[in-house]
Design a protein around this ligand. Structure first.
Ligand code: CS2
Length: 322
């Protein structure tokens, strides 16, 4: 609640700072968890530029980085409450509908070919439908991410090395199941709290793709990058369905085409960036550790499967045999 108040305050004061500027017909606010250097942020800024151009100034986008406006879960709630309009999200949506778990289910996908098959297949369609009906959000495409890896201050080569390690995870049930099964102590926490918590030692480790590890400056507080690659995933840039429906048909068309262009733009940035961020992380002193991936997978597979509802188990079995 406090955050909601703060958010109203920020929005109000931002608006009242620029009375001389004419208000666009549609002002859309996006709350992102990444900072200004990350490809998602750059993609949203690009989206705003082409939308403003193509709508002849009728649509304007404001992008707020680093969870300044809202943390992921709050951002979803604020979009549902029609206070803000857009964000990026993925398996956090499992808190609203279970099928979202497949965006980031550990050891489910092997590579981006699998990923695209899921996104463009029946499971992707179901996810986008439930996103609208169960969480009031509309997908604007997807941003592919690199594999998630574990960072820590002692090398982790095998699940036995975890031994109660306190690992921060996003607020997503499958991540808790995974790290518990592996022998760590998973602690769900918003992304913007991770750096300070690592610094203060209330958590000892976290897991994310290279780009986000670099973006958040974790190299300053974590020595080892253990190449667990436990999750291959994507996130959805989203807008509130209410907000989308408020746009007249001509602007909806412009909006959806611009969203496709945003996705293509982000994907080019992502591919260019992937190798570069690894070099940067090494230059900042992180040591890359090869891990026994099979041991990780074997130790958690049953627990993850058993945590799924019967309906989700059916989908899982189907995905695995495709
Ligand atoms: C991020 C998120 O918080 C994090 O660690 O990597 O994007 C995470 O993947 C999500 O919560 C997905 O919804």
């Amino acid at each position: 609640f406090q955050n909601t108040l703060l958010c109203f305050f920020i929005l109000f004061s931002f608006n009242s700072c620029k009375p001389e500027q004419e208000e666009p017909e549609f002002l859309l606010r996006a709350a992102l968890l990444v900072n200004e250097e990350h490809t998602w942020y750059k993609a949203f800024v690009y989206f705003g530029q082409i939308l403003e151009e193509r709508s002849k100034g009728r649509i304007k986008v404001e992008v707020y980085p680093s969870e300044q406006l809202a943390k992921e879960i709050e951002a979803i709630r604020l979009i549902q409450a029609d206070v803000i309009d857009m964000t990026t999200t993925g398996s956090t949506l499992t808190n609203w509908f279970e099928v979202a778990t497949f965006c980031e289910l550990p050891f489910l996908m092997q590579d981006s070919t699998d990923m695209n098959r899921y996104i463009n297949g029946p499971i992707g369609t179901l996810m986008e439908e439930e996103m609208i009906t169960k969480s009031g959000l509309r997908s604007l495409g997807h941003f592919e991410r690199g594999p998630r890896h574990l960072t820590s201050n002692r090398p982790i080569r095998h699940p036995d090395d975890l031994d109660g390690l306190i690992v921060r995870v996003p607020n997503v049930p499958s991540f808790v199941t995974l790290w518990k099964a592996l022998g760590a102590k998973p602690t769900p926490m918003a992304f913007s709290e991770v750096f300070t918590s690592l610094q203060q030692g209330t958590i000892e480790a976290q897991e994310n793709p290279f780009a986000l590890i670099n973006n958040a400056g974790f190299a300053e507080v974590q020595k080892y990058l253990n190449l667990t690659g436990h999750v291959i995933s994507w996130v959805y840039p989203v807008i509130g369905e209410k907000q989308f429906q408020r746009l007249p048909p001509d602007l909806q068309k412009i909006f959806l085409l611009a969203a496709d262009d945003m996705q293509a733009y982000e994907h080019r940035l992502f591919l260019d960036n992937e190798k570069m961020v690894q070099d940067e992380l090494k230059a900042k002193g992180m040591e890359f550790i090869e891990v026994d991936k099979d041991a990780f997978q074997e130790k958690c597979e049953a627990a993850i499967y058993n945590s799924l509802s019967p309906e989700m188990k059916k989908i899982y079995d189907q995905l695995k045999t495709e």
